[in-house]
Structures are given as structure tokens and as C-alpha cells.
Design a protein around this ligand. Structure first.
Ligand SMILES: *Cc1c(COP(=O)(O)O)cnc(C)c1O
Length: 360
């Protein structure tokens, strides 16, 4: 039976990216040797690195004065790296969920942290508004998409101080005005590739602004390098994840870029939220104006609470994979990232309609 993959991450990738990666593992660039078995200093690989960076620059319109890095360690490593690199006196944070809280915890190791607003009072089901960003903070940190709770900051906000964003789960889902950010980072495994590579976009004049000594690997400027440039190859980069990212971004480009992706994503989200709002057996958990177009969270309506396990079973039998909600929200979560086909969303909607017909 056809499976519809709604996993939250790692998650569905474009089929063509998987196919071309399989081929590259067998034979990379017609060398007769697989990509896992070559040096990262060969010209063929250096070309992939350069092309991957260029794809990022083209797709997101990244200005010249920003560096684009591909590192290891996941977004979780960035939680402390960014504080180590940029927190001199005070970091300001918007607390919109578990990932934001983890970033806050790490920053406290380096200095004062000011949580400007939190939505913890309602289990992070909304994005706080009307807060004031302290003008004396070194930076303001936001999580643009709250993967677990299904809320999203869908516009590029104005900040009086350097804006840093964890965009792990909505990067490449919409056009972004990079110039509004001092730094954007995230794990690749939601929208741009497999686990194992982390993207970091930094405005160069923001680098080396802290006083403290840092280990080479933690310091962003190490990975950029002076002439000759390191270009994310100070040490051995995560070769295979970067290759899959290269193939995934090629697919995004073929689809028409992030503007087109956004239109498709919006349609998919509208379809699913539309059904959640129409179907009397389900309710959405996120505040309507903050609903994420990447992670759609919903639970059984109060009077049908006892049907949760039955729906899970019903959906599973119809080929739905990965729709169990995160334990901190419960119910269901369908992650409908870029590579999740509209057809899968339609299948889930059909499944919800059929379940209602049989049970309500
Ligand atoms: C998944 C996720 C993370 C954690 O990423 P790792 O690469 O596993 O460290 C951080 N922030 C957000 C918003 C996420 O969705």
C-alpha cells in the first residue's frame, strides 16, 4: 500500500533526491568511485560544496555580506554556539516552545538572558505579541516555526537589535528577507535534507563581536576562514548529508523556488486546516492566526475523546505514517513539509472524512 509520510523530522524527502543519492553512492560524478569513498578535497566535491552554497544564495536571495555555512552537530549545537559567539552581556529570547527553551538554557551558560515573552501559559499554542525587545540586548532570538506545537511566525519581524532565528522547520518554505536577520540557522532534517548537517547564515559584520576565547570549532569565523577560505571545510564536512541537501535544493529550484513552494505549502495547509475546522470530530490546537503551514496539530473534539486510538488505527490502515502528536500536545500532528506531496494531504483529509462518516 502507498504510504503517506507525515513524520516531523527526519521526514519525507523529494524522491529524485533519494534516487540521485543512491546513484552517487555507487558512482560519484562518473569517477567510478562512490561519494562515501572520495576525499572531500577532490575538485568534484569542491564543486558540490560551491553549488550547494550557490543554491542557498539563489533560492533565498542571500546578500553578499552574509556567509553560508554547513556544519555538524544539529540545531542543538547552535543553541550554545550562537550564545558563545554573540552573547557579550545579554541575550533576549522569545519563548515559544521546547526548542526555544533549550536555546534559552544554553545561553544562560554565557551571560544574562532576558525572556521577553512566553506562551507557556497556554502550552505554547500561540505566538506572543506586543512584547518589547530590550534595546541593550546583544541579540533577539526567535524560533520561527514551533515544530512541536504547530505555531509559526510567518513574517520577518522588525527588531531593534540583531535578530537570530532558528528556522529548522520552516526554512525554504517561504521567501525570507535575509537582511532583517543577523543569523539564521537550523538542522537540515525538516525541510532541506537528512539529519547530519546544520545550515548557518550569518551577516559577516556580526562575527567576532564577543570578547571571550572560543575553541576553533565553536567560532563561526573559523569555518569561513581567511584567504584561502575554509568554506565549511575547516574539518571534514558531513559529505553525504550535504550531497542530499544539494539534490533537495535542486528540486526546490526546479519546483520554481521558495515563492512557488510557499504557494503549494499554503494550499496544503489550507486543505488540512479546512477539514479540521469542518469535521466535527477534530479540533486544531494552535491559535488560528499563528497556525503553522509546516506542522498541523489537532486533537479529537471533547465528545469524541474516546475515539483517538480508533482514528490512529484507521489512519494507519489507510497508509498514514507519523501522525501521532508529540507527547506534550497529544492527539495528532501532520508535518507537511516541502517534500510532502499534496496527494498525501488529500489522502489524510479523505481519511478524516471517512472516519467521521463511520463514527459521528
Ligand atoms: C528539530 C528542531 C531542533 C533540533 O534540531 P537538532 O538538529 O536535532 O538539534 C531545533 N529547533 C527546531 C525548531 C526544530 O524543529
Amino acid at each position: 500500500m502507498k504510504k503517506h509520510n507525515f513524520n516531523a523530522g527526519p521526514c519525507v524527502l523529494p524522491k529524485q533526491a533519494i534516487e540521485s543519492t543512491i546513484e552517487a553512492i555507487r558512482d560519484f560524478d562518473n569517477t567510478g568511485i562512490g561519494i562515501l569513498e572520495i576525499s572531500h578535497r577532490t575538485p568534484g566535491w569542491e564543486r558540490i560544496m560551491a553549488e550547494t552554497e550557490q543554491l542557498w544564495r539563489d533560492l533565498l536571495n542571500i546578500p553578499e555580506n552574509y556567509a553560508v555555512l554547513f556544519l555538524g552537530g544539529g540545531a542543538s549545537t547552535q543553541f550554545y554556539s550562537l550564545a558563545a559567539n554573540f552573547l557579550n552581556k545579554k541575550g533576549a529570547y522569545l519563548e515559544t516552545g521546547v526548542w526555544a527553551k533549550k536555546a534559552i538554557k544554553e545561553a544562560k551558560l554565557y551571560g544574562e538572558v532576558s525572556v521577553v515573552a512566553s506562551s507557556a501559559d497556554k502550552n505554547y499554542s500561540y505566538v506572543p505579541k506586543g512584547y518589547t525587545i530590550p534595546a541593550d540586548a546583544d541579540y533577539f532570538h526567535i524560533t520561527t516555526n514551533n515544530t512541536i506545537y504547530g505555531t509559526e511566525i510567518k513574517t520577518d519581524i522588525d527588531s531593534p537589535v540583531n535578530l537570530i532565528a532558528d528556522m529548522s522547520s520552516d526554512i525554504m518554505s517561504r521567501p525570507v528577507d535575509i537582511s532583517k536577520y543577523a543569523m539564521i540557522y537550523g538542522g537540515a532534517q525538516k525541510n532541506v535534507g537528512p539529519a547530519g548537517v546544520t545550515f548557518v547564515i550569518i551577516r559577516k559584520d556580526f562575527l567576532d563581536t564577543v570578547q571571550r576565547q572560543l575553541p576553533s570549532m565553536v567560532k563561526y569565523s573559523t569555518h569561513i576562514g581567511d584567504e584561502p577560505k575554509n568554506n565549511s571545510m575547516f574539518n571534514t564536512p558531513p559529505v553525504l548529508p550535504i550531497f542530499v541537501m544539494h539534490e533537495t535544493l535542486k528540486w526546490v529550484k526546479e519546483m520554481g523556488g521558495v515563492g512557488e513552494m510557499n504557494k503549494i505549502n499554503q494550499k496544503k495547509a489550507d486543505l488540512l486546516y479546512g477539514e479540521i475546522d469542518r469535521n466535527k470530530m477534530f479540533v486544531g490546537t494552535a491559535a488560528k492566526e499563528d497556525r503553522s503551514i509546516m506542522n498541523v496539530c489537532f486533537v479529537m473534539a471533547e465528545e469524541y475523546k474516546d475515539k483517538e486510538a480508533a482514528f490512529m488505527d484507521f489512519a494507519k490502515k489507510a497508509g498514514m505514517v507519523g501522525i501521532k502528536g508529540h507527547r506534550s500536545v497529544g492527539g495528532f500532528r501532520a508535518s507537511i513539509y516541502n517534500a510532502c506531496p499534496t496527494e498525501s494531504v488529500e489522502a489524510l483529509v479523505e481519511c478524516m472524512k471517512e472516519f467521521e462518516k463511520q463514527n459521528a
